[in-house]
Design a protein around this ligand. Structure first.
Ligand code: UN1
Length: 525
């Protein structure tokens, strides 16, 4: 372990309150550590034990340069998933009985361990996902804060036990929230640490056990989370690390009868199928965050520099591969040219390259399939609209080794299909509109409702936006990100409509409760 930071400072996705030379020094150390660990073989971890996989191991390859083999990860069989579920089921009862303050103490140690190792975790994510240094550190830091915040919520609610009323003088009732049992936790590639940590820690704090599957693209980051839980002293039956091919174990993961709940972040298509098939015998909880098609609205009175900066950051950070990414912008016709020019300047200035290097902002897409999606979307944009900037795959020099495409802005007619389809690539669709009325109705004309942003100097327009926009995470005049960058305890990350299942979001004050069911306990004295 190399990287206990000399000083404590906090890195979010867009801001750093410390001297960047110290930041880069520590990141370089993390990177050196990660590079040394490349190419290793990794087993499954079931019940605290290393277990060999059943099939050909998965090759974990960097999207920056596909010659870089990051590691080989065991491929589990459905039977091995079943044994993890059984072990989780057996261990969970004792965990549920453990006093909640003891559970919180263990999880808080896990949060501290993530913070202690954040430079290593960030470096692995940079290699594995293609995140810039700031994005990678932000993800690691958010993970530590997520646990800290959920513990705080649990404490503020006194462990979710409270007295209720009485109908007779000798009647006494206590209302408690209690865990469901075993949660299947299925995580995506884009925030492989924060989303895995947020989903699993909330389940654990609430007293559940977790069977965890990281994305096929990011098993190494998932393994680091398992190590942080183990180092914190989490009993081994409570968190099982299962890697494998989605096509082989995907369904085994949540269809096992002893899985009591699902927590999932991923595509709407997969999420909807799970929701329909999961509650076969009786209704079971399924917490889901399912992507977005997030609009930004730029009004006539907006500060156009601020708007261009906020929109560009949310469209192009992490190469547009965020559920929260800004993928459509509706701009008042009267200022459309001026705004468009400023936005194009920002897109032109994006520093593209190997994102593990300092000062690179924009790395590769996650895989070849994402590049295909990008290329097909550009072709679609050319039918009816036009490409203002970008549109091509990048192959110059070292970029040819990875999955690189250019930051892209297209202008489209309002009816174009690209205003509706989630792409998860750095392609921003823009259209002029007649004013706020049209911008709001176009924004809401979507199956998704995750994040949204507005830029205006008029207070009444901000209020109207908040009242009428159909989205769970709303921002006004946010230079650091028009639609991205929610933080634990600051912005609840709630998907409306096709973006979420429960109407309560991660990062927020109503999240951890969803991993529990209510029991009222009445005693006649
Ligand atoms: C996601 O976009 O997939 O708000 C998760 C944000 C980050 C990530 C959210 N906290 O942009």
């Amino acid at each position: 372990m190399t990287t206990a930071p000399a000083q404590e400072f906090k890195v979010t996705y867009s801001a750093i309150n410390a001297d960047m030379s110290e930041f880069h020094k520590l990141f370089d150390q993390g990177l050196a550590w990660a590079r040394k660990g490349m190419g290793a073989e990794h087993p499954l971890i079931i019940d605290g034990k290393a277990v060999k996989g059943a099939g050909e191991p998965l090759a974990d390859v960097s999207p920056i340069n596909t010659d870089w083999l990051l590691g080989r990860f065991a491929a589990a069989s459905p039977r091995q998933v079943g044994s993890a579920v059984e072990a989780a089921h057996a261990a969970q009862k004792a965990w549920a009985r453990t006093p909640w303050r003891e559970r919180l103490a263990i999880l808080r140690r896990a949060s501290a361990e993530i913070r202690r190792r954040k430079w290593e975790i960030g470096a692995v994510m940079s290699l594995e996902v293609g995140k810039s240094r700031l994005e990678a550190l932000g993800d690691a830091e958010e993970s530590a804060d997520l646990i800290a915040y959920y513990c705080q919520v649990f404490e503020q609610n006194d462990g979710f036990a409270r007295p209720l009323g009485k109908l007779a003088p000798n009647e006494k009732t206590c209302d408690v929230l209690r865990p469901f049992g075993v949660f299947a936790c299925i995580a995506p590639f884009n925030f492989p640490m924060a989303l895995s940590t947020g989903m699993s820690s909330a389940a654990l704090i609430a007293g559940n056990a977790v069977v965890y599957k990281p994305s096929q693209e990011t098993p190494w980051t998932g393994l680091l989370l398992q190590q942080c839980y183990a180092a914190a002293g989490l009993p081994s039956g409570l968190f099982h690390f299962i890697t494998g091919r989605g096509s082989v174990i995907g369904d085994a993961f949540w269809k096992h009868p002893k899985v009591d709940g699902i927590v999932f972040t991923g595509s709407k298509e997969v999420g909807l199928r799970m929701l329909k098939e999961f509650s076969r015998d009786w209704p079971k909880p399924a917490l889901m965050e399912l992507g977005g098609k997030n609009p930004a609205i730029v009004c006539e009175s907006a500060d156009l520099d601020m708007a261009a900066e906020g929109v560009a950051k949310s469209a192009f950070s992490l190469q547009g591969q965020k559920c929260s990414a800004c993928s459509r912008v509706y701009v008042d016709r009267r200022i459309a040219d001026a705004f468009g020019a400023k936005l194009l300047e920002r897109a032109k200035a994006v520093a593209i390259g190997d994102p593990t290097q300092r000062d690179v902002y924009f790395g590769p897409l996650i895989n070849a399939r994402a590049v295909k999606t990008f290329e097909a979307a550009v072709e679609s944009a050319k039918k009816g609209g036009h490409v203002l900037i970008g549109g091509e795959r990048l192959r110059q020099g070292a970029l040819a080794k990875g999955h690189y495409v250019a930051p892209t802005i297209v202008q489209l007619p309002l009816e174009h299909e690209l205003f509706r389809r989630e792409l998860f690539v750095p392609l921003l669709s823009l259209a002029p509109v007649s004013g706020l009325d049209e911008a709001l109705s176009r924004s809401n004309d979507a199956e998704y409702g995750l994040t949204a942003g507005i830029f205006t100097r008029k207070k009444e327009e901000i209020e109207r936006f908040f009242d009428e926009i159909e989205a769970g995470v709303c921002y006004a005049n946010r230079r650091s990100g028009a639609t991205t960058g929610a933080w634990p305890g600051v912005q609840s990350f709630c998907g409306w409509k096709g973006s979420g299942a429960t109407g309560k979001g991660g990062c927020g004050p109503y999240y951890v409760q969803q991993f529990m069911r209510e029991q009222s306990r009445t005693v006649m004295e």
